[in-house]
Design a binder for this molecule. Structure first.
Ligand SMILES: *Cc1c(COP(=O)(O)O)cnc(C)c1O
Length: 414
């Protein structure tokens, strides 16, 4: 219980006095609370935990690095975990992505991507400032991230500070509505388009077709508009492939990764860029450098954790686990009754329960959250949208418990 705790939690209405469980340890898909409960983590602790909590190889890498070097300024200095990780990422990610810029979170990876895009155009002597986005998108909670994300109750207090963007409608059917809007916007020579490939996560697990993603990329290329893929959520196997972009045969100019980058263990993010974007900043002129840094850029402990994650991808049957989980999600989702819009991509499954409108502040929300909490499940519905996005190691019994609770919820609230 929160009691008189001075802690102010994120996305939490403290006035509702909802219980705040204290978690003492985690293993695999399970979390354990101080009051002795075993909780199934059905949302990968907000989409970050890929291989399970406290993966032994990742924990060992952090411990080993902690014996050597904790932190070092990254402007003008480097260290082995950052070099090893960057080489590993470039080997794993599609060409021509060849340059790795480190930061600390998905939001900062997005800020870096936007600044790279603007810097690219300025340094080419053709300043461009307009950014295009997809409606219902989410790109983080910093001012830039909020600006390129959907406007709503979560950011209305800050709306006067958010910059103007060109918002493309969410694809309907074959997505011609989106593609037509993109063609029209491209005539005004925008700097870049930023999208979440194939799944809009915080927008409500909205799926769209790989063909639309491929077309959007092609239109951007034809007009010389930079294409930024925000794979902060979709990366690291979530959608069934390492990157969601793979399913559309698309390589972005700029790629944002975070969440599963360290297997979900410690915070770290990267923004990958093509040689073209790097070269636009490389010069003997200091005024053309990339003006971005944070104190903990490329923290050695975090880089060691991410390098260990890459080794897990190399050494363990991660892709098989993802395929198995995807199949298990598919059969269980198909068996649900009384839910609407059941949909799935890779390891992500979602549906709506109760009233037809999906609204983040829907009154059903707190009751749904309590329904799952009472069953020792970490499931955090977005309004009346319920989704299951567990660590890849979750077993059938735990997954069954999650789906039994969703079926119960459909009957209680449907
Ligand atoms: C979570 C998320 C972010 C923000 O990442 P943080 O680490 O929470 O700052 C950005 N983009 C997408 C697509 C996300 O899902």
């Amino acid at each position: 219980m929160s009691g008189a705790s001075p802690v102010w939690h994120p996305f939490t209405q403290h006035g509702l006095n909802e219980p705040i469980p204290l978690v003492t340890h985690g293993e695999g898909a399970a979390l354990y609370t101080r009051d002795g409960r075993r909780i199934v983590d059905a949302i990968s602790s907000w989409w970050v935990t890929t291989h399970g909590h406290c993966h032994p190889a990742i924990m060992a890498a952090i411990r080993a690095q902690a014996e050597k070097l904790d932190q070092i300024i990254f402007a003008g200095w480097t260290h082995e975990p950052a070099e090893e990780l960057a080489r590993g990422l470039i080997a794993m990610m599609p060409a021509p992505l060849a340059h790795v810029f480190y930061s600390d979170s998905g939001s900062t990876a997005v800020e870096v991507a936007l600044k790279m895009a603007l810097g690219f155009w300025l340094n080419r002597g053709e300043p461009r400032h307009r950014i295009l986005t997809l409606d219902h998108g989410y790109h983080g909670d910093t001012i830039g991230g909020m600006s390129v994300g959907a406007r709503g109750v979560y950011n209305q207090a800050y709306a006067p500070l958010l910059f103007d963007v060109g918002t493309l409608p969410f694809p309907v059917g074959d997505g011609q509505n989106t593609l037509d809007a993109l063609e029209a916007e491209c005539r005004a020579a925008p700097a870049a388009l930023i999208v979440e490939p194939l799944v809009l996560g915080a927008g409500g697990m909205l799926l769209y077709d790989a063909a639309v993603l491929a077309e959007m990329r092609a239109i951007c290329a034809a007009h010389g508009v930079l294409f930024i893929a925000d794979e902060v959520m979709t990366g690291w196997g979530r959608t069934g492939t390492l990157l969601a972009c793979e399913q559309a045969g698309v390589v972005p100019d700029i790629l944002c990764l975070s969440k599963g980058l360290t297997g979900g263990s410690v915070p770290l993010a990267v923004t990958l860029a093509t040689p073209e974007i790097f070269e636009a900043h490389r010069s003997t002129d200091k005024a053309r450098m990339f003006f971005h840094s944070s104190s903990y850029t490329a923290n050695p402990l975090a880089c060691a954790a991410a390098a260990a994650n890459l080794a897990v991808w190399r050494d363990e049957p991660v892709r098989e686990r993802i395929a198995t989980l995807a199949a298990r999600q598919a059969t269980r989702l198909a068996a649900l009754t009384g839910v609407r819009n059941a949909r799935r991509l890779g390891t992500i499954a979602a549906c709506e329960i109760g009233s037809s409108e999906s609204d983040y502040l829907a009154t059903i929300g707190p009751a749904l959250a309590a329904h799952f909490r009472d069953r020792d499940l970490l499931v955090r519905p977005m309004g009346n949208t319920v989704y299951v996005m567990p660590p890849y190691c979750i077993d059938e019994a735990d997954l069954d418990a999650v789906y039994a609770a969703i079926q119960d919820a459909a009957e209680r609230f449907g």
